[in-house]
Design a protein around this ligand. Structure first.
Ligand SMILES: O=C(O)CCC(=O)C(=O)O
Length: 273
């Protein structure tokens, strides 16, 4: 069905939209359970430092990434030709100090133009108490300067943060399980620790790329989602056809290596890959 004209205009002006209903509550809870069960069965492939691109090895996450309600909304913003650059499981355990500093996603993604969008789907309640995503409306129209902190509790790759940030207009994107937010790649956003007694689980499709987006440097792997095939500058990752098959794990490993090379380009420290 896609977004209404009014929603598209609001996104263009503010850089975000939320909440949008995409899954039934029952389906969202069932997905959260499936994820928990996968975490305990495949701990090597889903631990806290291995949460990128799990959709390439776990079919239920690929199904989420291709869910018509999500893809239709995304199509309204970036056009018919859609590919998926990466996914991230943003999980904050109850009472943990993990947080996300104020940042713009596009800063380290090496992609132009910025015709791409992140869909963040809540599988558990994402509230002010549990550390929901907060955004600074209207900040997507310019590029801010960032510094790397590599802070221990910072979930981001380099602990990158915007140098000078005015948080006075901050909006908290509270979501119930099954709802999603959409945010522009240059929107400044971040999140606080989870002070609730429940896990805060979000799956970020980060990001869906429009057909005119190209890498500015590095190797980039994408999964084809809709419309025409991704341009030849991208390597295409196939959908997984079984949980953690050798082929799926190899596809994910290659995509994660390329992703890390892009995200850590020029960094003084590398964590993980
Ligand atoms: O889940 C969070 O707390 C942060 C999410 C985020 O930074 C993103 O989706 O780009």
């Amino acid at each position: 069905m896609g977004l209404t004209t009014e929603q598209v205009e609001r996104y263009r002006a503010d850089g975000w939209l939320a909440p949008l209903d995409v899954l039934d509550l029952v389906d969202a809870i069932s997905l959260a359970k499936q994820l928990e069960s996968a975490e305990s069965t495949y701990p090597d492939h889903l631990h806290a430092s291995n949460r990128n691109n799990a959709h390439l090895a776990f079919p239920f996450l690929a199904d989420l990434a291709t869910h018509p309600a999500i893809v239709d909304a995304v199509r309204s913003l970036i056009g018919d030709d859609i590919s998926l650059w990466s996914t991230v499981l943003f999980i904050k355990e109850p009472g943990s100090s993990a947080f996300v500093s104020w940042h713009q996603d596009a800063h380290y993604m090496a992609l132009e133009p910025d015709n791409f969008v992140t869909a963040w789907v809540a599988l558990t309640p994402s509230t002010l108490e549990s550390g929901c995503v907060s955004v600074l409306p209207g900040t997507h129209t310019s590029q801010a300067r960032h510094s790397d902190t590599f802070g221990d509790d910072n979930i981001l790759t380099r602990g990158q943060q915007v140098d000078d940030v005015d948080t006075s207009g901050m909006v908290h994107l509270e979501l119930q399980p099954g709802q999603m937010s959409l945010h522009h790649p240059r929107l400044i956003h971040g999140s606080q620790p989870n002070r609730s007694n429940q896990r805060r689980v979000g799956v970020a499709m980060q990001a869906y790329l429009g057909g005119n987006v190209r890498p500015t440097s590095g190797q980039h792997h994408v999964m084809h989602i809709a419309g025409r095939k991704p341009p030849s500058e991208f390597s295409i990752s196939p959908r997984p056809f079984g949980i953690c098959t050798p082929a799926g794990l190899a596809t994910r490993a290659a995509a994660n290596q390329a992703l890390a090379d892009v995200l850590y380009d020029g960094a003084e420290i590398r964590r993980g890959l």
